[in-house]
Design a protein around this ligand. Sequence first.
Ligand SMILES: O=C(O)CCC(=O)C(=O)O
Length: 358
Amino acid sequence: MYGTDRVPDDSERTAFRRAEKKYKLYYNNTKSSKREKQPKQVDLSEVIDFKSVLDSFNQTGLTPPGISRHQCDFNYPVFCIENHPGFYFIPEALSIEEQCHWIKESLTSFPQPPNRTNHNAIYGPIQDLFIAAQNKKVFVEVESLVSDGASGPYSSDRNLESKWQFCDGTAGIPWGDSSRSIAASVLLRKLRWSTLGLQFDWSKRNYDVSLPHNKIPEALCGLAKRMAEPAMPTGEEFRPEAAIVNYFGLGDMLGGHLDDMEADWSKPIVSISLGCKAIFLLGGKSRENPPIAMFLRSGDIVLMAGEARECFHGVPRIFADRENAEAPFAMHFSNQDDPCLTEYIRSSRININIRQVS
Ligand SMILES: O=C(O)CCC(=O)C(=O)O
């Protein structure tokens, strides 16, 4: 979960921080500015690949040492990691159609007010950011005179109010004296998080139940309830009340952290991966415990419940490589949305994590 700063403020001496540095994206120093920046090679031999685990399990019924199949009545194989009780990995849990659906929702509907995003602090609520980006709009700060109401139209008691609005980028900005503007496509790229259901207050690191909010969309609730099953205490049903959507661009990372603001840690966090492949680090109860690294791919779902809720975790790296460029998303988006969604997700990752708060 993000704080105000995405890079953790801990010493580089901890085992968790060392692992983050090992996998983080660094570039080779190239002298020519014309040459494309080349990512530094990283040794990925210790990263668990649950895609291979699933493939070989489907062929042989066996799992590699340290990984076991969770015995449960569930439609998909669910894997556990030795010495990490409460952590469950469901590879390829979502079909490509479902992935496309949730990518589209994450960009078009989840950032809509009253849901808050990282942009709220600077611009206030932004309506229809994705449509504005699609239509190459520009977000412009406009200053207008407002009367305080009590005084008449000729009163001098009038203030300058600043507000932001989208305008047509190709037609030029009609307000010559507007002080600031930013392309909607840049704002979309700078989207880092949005919050659904009960709104999370990052400054207080708590849920602010007084903030206006909509319930988590029915379809997302249904998906989370179904997927939470393997990690739920017997006879209980998961109650999705809040979700955080994280948006990652190339080079972004999510520093090691705990998700400890929910009342009942026996309930899982249901965490859905979409878009570019990432490395996920699962550590222990202290940053001193060396974390295990694993790939997260589009359509994978991770559950963290019980003891796993007390473990540091983070995402030090996403990969915008050929594997992702060739992902078949393009075929599944509708023609109208296709170029903008395909272009975005080719070099981005989205994570939707759903929580029961009370
Ligand atoms: O991006 C992910 O897969 C993990 C997200 C996460 O840990 C969080 O939001 O707390």
